[in-house]
Design a protein around this ligand. Structure first.
Ligand code: 13P
Length: 249
C-alpha cells in the first residue's frame, strides 16, 4: 500500500503572517490525521513562518522551486543547502507554471531533481500535457518524454524518495478536473515510464499525485482511484477548512 500525500501548493499567495494564521486554524483540524502525509509548500518568504508554525505537527513543509547549483552568482535564486538549513523537507520541481512562464525545461527539471535528491529533499516532479497535446492524442508521448528526461541518469537507489505529480495543464486553476478514470490512465502511463527507467518494483512503490482543480467536493472520487496516490492542490489549499476537508476526503 502506498501512503497517500496531500500536498498544498500555495503558489504566489500568503505573507508570513497569513501563513502563520493558516496553520493556527489548519493544524487543530488535522492533528489526529495519520492516514496520509500532509505537505504544505509556501513561497520562499513564508517558509520560515510555516516551518515555525508547523513545528511538532505531522505537517511537512516544502519549497516550490530550487536552483540546482550548490551556490554561486545566480541572483534571485535559492539552493538546496538554504532550504535544508531552515527545515524544508520537500520541493516541487517542474511545475507547469514554471515551464510556461519561467523557461523551465525537461533538462532543468532533471538538474533540479538530481540536486534535490543529493540534498536529501523529497522531490515532487510535476508533469502534464496542455490541452492541444491532449486533443492531438499526444498525452502519452508528452508524459513519457517529460518523465524520461526528468529521470535521465538518476538511479533507482538515488531516486528512492521521488514523488511525481500529474497535473494536466488544462485542469489547473480552470475548475476543470480530470475525471478519476482519465487521471488514473495518465498515472498508469507515468508508472510504466518509471518502470522502464527504474524497474518494476520502484514503479510499484512510486507515489503519483494528481493536481488540477482538486476541491473538497471531488477529492474523494479522485483519491478512491487505486492509481492516484494523493493530490497537489492549488487554489483550494489556501483556505484551512477547505484543505483540511481535502486531507480528510
Ligand atoms: P489548482 O488546484 O488551483 O487547479 O492548481 C493545481 C496546481 O497547479 C497545484 O500545483
Amino acid at each position: 500500500m502506498r501512503k497517500k500525500i496531500l500536498a498544498a501548493n500555495w503558489k504566489m499567495y500568503k505573507t508570513p503572517d497569513q501563513a502563520t494564521a493558516f496553520f493556527q486554524e489548519f493544524l487543530p483540524l488535522v492533528q489526529d490525521h495519520d492516514r496520509d502525509e500532509i505537505v504544505v509548500c509556501p513561497n520562499y518568504i513564508a517558509l520560515p513562518a510555516a516551518i515555525h508554525a508547523a513545528k511538532g505537527s505531522r505537517v511537512a513543509i516544502g519549497a516550490q522551486n530550487l536552483h540546482w547549483e550548490k551556490e554561486g552568482a545566480y541572483t534571485g535564486e535559492i539552493c538546496t543547502s538554504m532550504l535544508v538549513a531552515i527545515g524544508v523537507t520537500h520541493v516541487i520541481i517542474g511545475h507547469s507554471e514554471r515551464r510556461q512562464y519561467f523557461c523551465e525545461t525537461d533538462d532543468t527539471v532533471n538538474l533540479k531533481l538530481k540536486s534535490a535528491l543529493a540534498a536529501g529533499l523529497t522531490p515532487i516532479v510535476c508533469v502534464g500535457e496542455v490541452l492541444e497535446e491532449r486533443e492531438a492524442n499526444l498525452t502519452d508521448d508528452v508524459l513519457r518524454r517529460q518523465c524520461l528526461r526528468a529521470f535521465n541518469k538518476v538511479s533507482a537507489k538515488k531516486a528512492a524518495s521521488l514523488v511525481v505529480a500529474y497535473e494536466p495543464v488544462w485542469a489547473i486553476g480552470t475548475g476543470k478536473t480530470a475525471t478519476p478514470e482519465l487521471a488514473a490512465d495518465a498515472h498508469a502511463i507515468i508508472r510504466a515510464e518509471a518502470a522502464d527507467s527504474f524497474g518494476q518494483e520502484f514503479a510499484d512503490n512510486l507515489r503519483i499525485l494528481y493536481g488540477g482543480s482538486v476541491k473538497p467536493e471531488n477529492a474523494h472520487a479522485l483519491m478512491s482511484e487505486e492509481e492516484i496516490d494523493g493530490a497537489l492542490v492549488g487554489g483550494a489549499s489556501l483556505d484551512p477548512k477547505s484543505f483540511a476537508a481535502i486531507v480528510k476526503y
